[in-house]
Every structure is written in structure tokens, then in C-alpha cells.
Design a protein around this ligand. Structure first.
Ligand code: ADP
Length: 426
């Protein structure tokens, strides 16, 4: 019975043992293969985890970059060496008004900022031409960084664009555009205050001078009056005392000479700050003045165009005084165009050589000359401006006379006024 049980157990265990034996053989045979497959699987999983973590880290860094770009004032863009936008601050991060700028609208990733600027510059957008030139210089490595300022689309708005070369093997640049309006307004305000003060000082000086001339002239003039009355009385006597009359008339002549001397001395005093006569290139003098007047033109939203003769224009004289004449003509032209609608405020300044003379023309599209203004333009103290002194043109004419030059005004065909100034060519 026991033997039967043992054989039954043997019979039942045999298939199991066989299977185990087969598995054991398989494991023995493919062990390394299986280990390799499992190891490869684990490695792949680890790689995927590492890549996912790396991607998350990169996206975090990218988000940080964009957040930093967006939080910077104004608009910022990173350009590649061809001038294409790689990254830019979001339009929502750009201040209102800045987005309306043509240069701003071009700051979107994927577009070529440089090419768009070049196209606009080609189409005659003057402001864009300056920006395009700066970018070309920075991207080509001619300069490391630069800044241009240009006017915004709305009146009295200014922007400042800075470009800086990226110190990377691939090159490229960072462009920043910020609103420069508050700074420019403060500068213009300061200048206006300074001009105002200078004007007040001039008025005060003229007043003081006038008072002192009046005071000095008063004495000989009253002496002349007293002596003339005395002469009348002497003539009424019979017979008239001709000797005394002669003395009285001599006194009148002496007092008259004194009055003349006072006037001569005053003129000498006025001429005191006249510099030495020297040779100048009239083009250079005009160019400097036009630069000085650039701010005034911007302040009035006017376009000031300069067309200078190709060759130097030598003149002899006091450079400062000649510049005073040019500045006065330009400021008057800018004042004249101020009331005109924007876009119609044009002033041209031209120089040329005509028949051995140097000619300056200042032409404007302004309010023009009334018949009265045309007649009295060069009279001292004639002005139609609320804060005008009315001395600019009369002083300009005197300066030109000292330089053997001439100044004349005529209505401009169409609208406005044209001033012509001639100087002998040196
Ligand atoms: P001010 O500028 O202080 O008035 P000016 O002697 O320079 O003194 O000018 C005298 C006047 O001549 C001005 O007030 C103006 O009426 C007139 N005038 C001068 N330039 C122009 C111009 N370009 N267009 C129109 N009027 C002008």
C-alpha cells in the first residue's frame, strides 16, 4: 500500500519537474539576453526621465528669459547676425504708443527686423534710415553699440533705440527701444526756461541802455533848447546883440556835438562784443546753426531741411554774428510755421554761390507777411509776436551791412515767406 502511494506521488511529480527543468534550461540559455533587454529598458526609461527633466528645466529657463524681457522697460529684442528677431518682449509688455511705432511693429520673432527697416528706409522713412544704419554697423561689428533717437508717430513723442552687439561666436545684437519723451520734454523745458531768461535779460539790458542813453542825452538836449530860446530872445532885442548871439549858437553847436558823441559811444559799446573778422566756410556756420535749431524745429513739429552748396563757401567776417543772423532767420521761419497744421510746417535752408556772392535762402510755409509787416519788417521794435522784441531783423540787417552784405524778404509763391541774404564771397 505504501509502495503504491510512493509510485503515485512519483507519477504526479514527474511532469512538474520536467517543466522546471525546461525553464531552468531556458534561463541558462538566454540569461544574458534577458538581462540585456531588461537593462536596455531600464536605461531607456531613465533617459526619458532625464530628458523630461531637462526639457522642464529648459522651458523654465525660457519662461524666465521671456519674463525678464517682458519686465524690462520698453521693448527688447534679440537679433541674429542677419538681423532676424530670435526673441522679443511681448507686445502687451510694450508701453502704449510704443506699439504704434513702425520700428516697434517689426519687433516680432521670426521677422527680419533689419530687412523691414531697410525696406522702410528705402521708401523714404527718414527716421527709420538712421535705425537701419545703426543696426547694420552693430551687426557687422563696425561698432559695438550705438544709440539713435527718433520722433514717434504722435506729436511731441520721442523714442530712443539702443543696439548692442552680442559677444557670442554667432554674433547678433540686443535692441532696446524706450520712450524718451519725458526726458526730451524736460530738456526742452529747461531750454525754454533758459531762452526765456536770456530774453528777459536782453529786454532788461535794452531797457537799461535806453534809460542811460535818455539820461545822458537829456542834458545836452535841454541845454540846446535853453540856448535856442535865448537866441530867439536875443534876436527880438533892438539892436540884437550879435556877439552874444554868436556865443549862444556856438554853445548849441557844442551841445549838439556832445549829443552826437554820446550816440557814437553807445554804438561803440554795442559793438564791444564784435569778434575779429576771420575767414569762415559759410556752409559750416549754417550747418552748426541748423543743428542748434533742430530742437526748436522738433518742439514745433516742423521739418527743417538743409540744402547746402556742394563746395565750401568762403566768407570773411565775425562768425558768431553771422550765425546770429542765420539763427534769427530760422527761428522766425519756425515761429511762422507753428500755427500751421502739422505736416505743413516746412522750413528750407539753402546756400549757394551766385555771381561772386554767397547766398543764403530761408524759406517757410508759414503764415506769410501782412502788407504792414512787409513794410516795417526791419524797423527796430516792430513785432507781431506776443513775446517778441522786434529787434532780430533790424540787428541782422545791421550785422550784414557791417559785412557788406544784404538782407531782403519776399512772399513765397504759394504760401509763406522767403528771406534772402547775400554776402561777398572771400
Ligand atoms: P521778433 O521775432 O522778436 O518779432 P524780428 O525782428 O526777428 O523780431 O521780426 C519782426 C517781425 O517780422 C516778426 O514779429 C514777424 O511779424 C515778422 N517776421 C519775421 N520773419 C517772418 C517770417 N518768416 N514769416 C512771417 N513773418 C515774419
Amino acid at each position: 500500500m505504501r509502495a503504491l502511494g510512493v509510485s503515485m506521488l512519483w507519477l504526479m511529480a514527474t511532469p512538474l519537474a520536467a517543466a522546471e527543468l525546461r525553464e531552468l534550461e531556458l534561463w541558462e540559455r538566454y540569461r544574458w539576453g534577458v538581462i540585456a533587454v531588461v537593462a536596455a529598458g531600464l536605461l531607456q526609461a531613465a533617459l526619458i526621465v532625464v530628458l523630461l527633466l531637462e526639457r522642464r528645466r529648459r522651458m523654465g529657463a525660457q519662461r524666465l528669459n521671456l519674463a525678464v524681457l517682458d519686465s524690462l522697460p520698453g521693448a527688447v529684442a534679440i537679433l541674429d547676425r542677419q538681423g532676424a528677431v530670435l526673441r522679443a518682449s511681448a507686445p502687451s509688455a510694450q508701453r502704449e504708443g510704443l506699439g504704434a511705432l513702425s520700428t516697434q511693429r517689426l519687433l516680432f520673432p521670426g521677422g527680419s527686423y533689419l530687412q523691414s527697416l531697410q525696406k522702410l528706409a528705402h521708401a523714404g522713412e527718414f527716421e527709420t534710415a538712421g535705425v537701419a544704419t545703426l543696426l547694420e554697423d552693430v551687426l557687422s561689428g563696425r561698432v559695438d553699440e550705438g544709440m539713435v533717437e527718433f520722433r514717434g508717430p504722435r506729436a511731441d513723442t520721442w523714442f530712443e533705440l539702443r543696439a548692442r552687439r552680442l559677444e557670442l561666436p554667432g554674433g547678433g545684437a540686443v535692441v532696446t527701444v524706450v520712450d524718451a519723451t519725458p526726458r526730451r520734454r524736460a530738456e526742452l523745458e529747461a531750454r525754454r526756461a533758459r531762452d526765456e531768461r536770456a530774453h528777459m535779460e536782453r529786454v532788461a539790458a535794452v531797457g537799461e541802455l535806453g534809460a542811460s542813453i535818455a539820461h545822458e542825452l537829456n542834458q545836452p538836449l535841454s541845454a540846446i533848447l535853453t540856448n535856442a530860446e535865448m537866441a530867439k530872445r536875443l534876436l527880438q532885442r533892438t539892436p540884437p546883440d550879435l556877439t552874444l548871439l554868436g556865443e549862444v549858437i556856438d554853445d548849441i553847436v557844442a551841445d549838439n556835438k556832445r549829443a552826437g558823441e554820446i550816440i557814437r559811444r553807445t554804438r561803440a559799446l554795442l559793438k564791444k562784443d564784435q569778434g575779429p573778422f576771420a575767414s569762415h566756410d559759410f556752409n559750416a556756420l549754417v550747418r552748426q546753426v541748423a543743428q542748434l535749431a533742430g530742437n526748436d524745429a522738433q518742439l514745433r513739429g516742423a521739418t527743417l531741411s538743409l540744402q547746402l552748396a556742394d563746395t565750401p563757401l568762403p566768407v570773411k567776417g565775425d562768425g558768431v554774428q553771422l550765425q546770429q543772423v542765420v539763427l534769427n532767420l530760422i527761428i522766425n521761419a519756425l515761429d511762422a510755421v507753428s500755427p500751421c497744421p502739422s505736416g505743413e510746417r516746412q522750413v528750407w535752408v539753402r546756400t549757394q554761390r551766385t555771381e561772386g556772392r554767397v547766398e543764403l535762402v530761408v524759406e517757410d510755409t508759414g503764415v506769410g507777411l501782412s502788407p504792414e509787416a512787409h513794410k516795417r519788417l526791419f524797423e527796430p521794435f516792430f513785432t507781431t509776436k506776443p513775446a517778441g522784441l522786434g529787434m532780430g531783423l533790424s540787428i541782422s540787417r545791421s550785422i550784414l551791412e557791417v559785412h557788406q552784405g544784404r538782407l531782403q524778404a519776399e512772399p513765397r509763391p504759394g504760401r509763406g515767406t522767403l528771406f534772402r541774404c547775400f554776402l561777398p564771397s572771400a
